[in-house]
Design a binder for this molecule. Structure first.
Ligand code: PRX
Length: 678
């Protein structure tokens, strides 16, 4: 018999449920030890938008509750049905109503007498500023709408946006929405190849881009990637490219295809009357990584999406449009930028800051300087940013006046209790409630979060489903787990901002999200319920990684690696990383016949990282590439990534009994000591 302590260290196989196998680390157990809890201050609670009765109202009649939320929007034609779930899982919300998303974000605020309220404070990385009132933003969007109409964009057409974080990005999204067309924003950090595949999948008619943007203290070109993506007859659907002049850098120009934004605007009228579109009219496609090599075009529609984006923004961030200056640091290329930079805040008539650049340009206190300058009241950002600030030390934020802040938000990945506490103490001065918000590209809006002023928050927990949302943690059989147990996160009833499908692939939609557990939406995340039933997110349970809050697919990076002529086979895992949450670690088997005069591992690593950056984008570059001679596989040929994660995270290797060749892991472990990193 082994002693207890020895058992814990033993690599001997243990009997485990699938759920616990997913979390080889001690994450589940560690979370149970968190006992700190913070009650909202009385002054915050008294004046909070969300009061405890919200939970009761939603529970008593969820559909009536959502209908009430939807009625806070402007409808050209009111809806009479709330939810049609007869063709589940394809939902229709408020389907017989008609609204215009852009009108809701703009005109109605002007008509209510708030045209002179600031909508956007734009801060460029070089320090340039622009201020848009609701009135000015409405005019800009009307002009852009007319310019797009003149280019032949109509209802249902797809428009791809590949832009820096500048006002024109938001203006373009709203103008597309105003026409009833569909935008597909592609993050500026993706490569030309990634942009091309997204344009092709959506058959985009128009691309809106900029010559470049400012990042890390320099002008970074964007237009060359568009030229590369469209070259030859690569994207035949694209008729025109509209180009904002942001940096003034030299760019190539294709006559009859490229058009300057400022020329198009000077020719456009600033009169445009919005009309209503069906609530289920598609609003946007946003590509996100799944478990296969092909990104999924997540489809969102209008009425339900805007309802939940606005409702959550108002209640989770306690938005007071007359006095707050809200700042969400997400790029519009991600879902957070869609729901909590563009649509939620503007639907609520918020005043917000948008910032073009990186947090450390030109100095590491730039964010805190921006908060001081604009008197930011709510900050919404990602744990990876908080952890990197934490590493730099409190002396930097301490130099700035952050006393305007009254609420802090976190999104994109689990926030570890230390980072949560640092955020609360150093940035929030121990007075700001923290809302850790769980949601996904697919859910469209926040699903699990504390309500500030109501919830007693625990560092690291996303806590409870929003009023109106039903989430569960279930076991392998789809049954709810008791408190103090872990399992898979599911959503058990439809919600207004749910994805309506995957662009062009209804089967994949059903397979990915609705087949794992009968009648429940499978989010792909592991979670635990603590003794109070509060929810703690534990990370993905599928082959999706989360690097700096960005979603990356292991399979997609593997395909990129294998497309290099040196690589015979590749396996990618996300290994724990102190700052970025996870880091991409790749194991590759090389083709000896292709290698030529035996390059060094470091040279191979450099070439393959550059190749991944070209295929997908710099965000997907592996942090570490290990050249191995074999990969751990089951007898049926499936790569056992769990074992590779053990190696990458430097832990004892878990249950390896199902390996076809049990010596493989020993050889990989030995190789790791001399692995190439840069
Ligand atoms: O794993 C969860 C993680 O991010 C995934 C969704 O990624 P994406 O669609 O890119 O959207 C990110 C921004 C909403 C989820 O499946 N995630 C997101 N928020 C949290 C989180 N994990 C833990 N805690 C969160 N607050």
């Amino acid at each position: 018999m082994l002693e207890k302590s020895e058992q814990a260290r033993s690599p001997m196989p243990r009997r485990q449920s699938k759920v616990t196998q997913m979390f080889e680390s001690d994450a589940i157990e560690n979370l149970s030890q968190e006992t700190r809890s913070f009650a909202p201050s009385q002054s915050f609670s008294l004046d909070a938008n969300a009061q405890p009765e919200l939970y009761g109202r939603a529970k008593a009649d969820p559909l009536a509750f959502w209908a009430d939320q939807a009625k806070q929007l402007h409808w050209f034609e009111p809806f009479t049905t709330t939810l049609d779930w007869s063709n589940a899982p394809f939902a229709r919300w408020f389907a017989d109503g008609k609204l215009n998303v852009a009108y809701n974000c703009l005109d109605r605020h002007v008509q209510a007498g708030n045209g002179s309220r600031v909508a956007l404070y734009f801060e460029g990385e070089p320090g340039d500023e622009q201020v848009y009132t609701y009135e000015a933003l409405t005019v800009a969007v009307k002009k852009t709408t007319n310019a797009l109409l003149a280019l032949g964009v109509g209802q249902g057409d797809r428009v791809a946006l590949y832009m820096p974080q500048i006002p024109e990005a938001i203006i373009s999204m709203l103008a597309v929405a105003r026409i009833g067309a569909i935008h597909s924003v592609v993050f500026g950090g993706f490569s030309a190849d990634a942009l091309a595949s997204r344009i092709q999948d959506a058959h985009a008619k128009l691309v809106i881009t900029a010559d470049g943007g400012y990042r890390k203290g320099k002008a970074t070109p964007l237009k060359p990637a568009v030229d590369e993506a469209l070259k030859g007859d690569n994207c035949p659907s694209v008729e025109k490219v509209l180009v904002v002049q942001r940096t003034g850098g030299d760019i190539d120009w294709t006559e009859n295809r490229d058009l300057w934004w400022h020329d198009a605007m000077s020719a456009a009228s600033d009169e445009h009357e919005a009309r209503g579109f069906d609530a289920e009219n598609p609003l946007f496609i946003l590509y996100t990584s799944g478990t296969t090599g092909k990104p999924k075009g997540i489809l969102h529609t209008s009425g339900g999406y805007l309802t939940q984006a606005a409702y959550t923004h108002r209640n989770v961030f306690d938005l007071k449009p007359e006095s707050d200056v809200y700042w969400c640091t997400a790029d519009v290329g991600w879902i957070t930028g869609h729901s909590y930079v563009a649509y939620g805040p503007l639907a609520n008539g918020a005043t917000q800051v948008i910032y073009e650049g990186t947090p450390d340009a030109p100095h590491p206190g730039r964010w805190w300087e921006i908060i001081q300058k604009y008197g930011v009241t709510q900050l919404y950002t990602a744990p990876t940013a908080i952890r990197s600030f934490m590493k730099l030390g409190r002396a930097i934020p301490d130099q700035f006046d952050l006393s305007s802040l009254r609420l802090l938000g976190s999104v994109g990945e689990p926030i570890n209790p230390e980072a949560w506490m640092w955020y609360r103490e150093v940035i929030g001065g121990n007075r700001c409630p923290i809302v850790d918000t769980w949601w996904q590209t697919e859910t469209g809006a926040i699903m699990i979060s504390p309500l500030p002023g109501v919830t007693h928050t625990k560092p690291g927990s996303a806590q409870v489903p929003m009023p109106g949302v039903s989430a569960e943690v279930v076991d392998d059989n789809g049954q709810p787990v008791p408190n103090n147990h872990g399992g898979y996160l599911t959503i058990t009833t439809p919600w207004p901002s749910m994805l309506r499908g995957i662009w062009g692939d209804p089967e994949r939609f059903v397979d990915t999200y609705w087949s794992r557990f009968e009648g429940q939406y499978f989010a792909g995340d592991g979670a635990k319920k603590d003794a109070d039933g509060d929810i703690w997110l534990l990370g993905r349970v599928d082959d999706v990684m989360n690097v700096s809050g960005h979603r990356l697919s292991t399979t997609e990076i593997e395909s990129a690696l294998v497309s290099h002529h040196w690589v015979a086979e590749a396996a990618v895992v996300g290994a724990k990383d102190e700052i970025t949450g996870q880091a991409v670690v790749a194991f590759v088997i090389l083709r000896q016949d292709e290698l030529g005069d035996a390059p060094e591992d470091a040279e191979i690593s450099q070439a393959l990282r550059a190749h991944v950056a070209k295929e997908i984008g710099p965000i997907a570059k592996p942090q570490q590439i290990l050249v191995v001679s074999d990969l751990p596989k089951t007898r049926s040929g499936k790569i056992m990534r769990r074992l590779l994660r053990d190696v990458a995270e430097d832990r004892p290797i878990g249950d390896a009994t199902t390996l076809a060749d049990s010596s493989v892991m020993g050889a990989i472990g030995a190789k790791l000591a001399g692995g190439a990193t840069d």
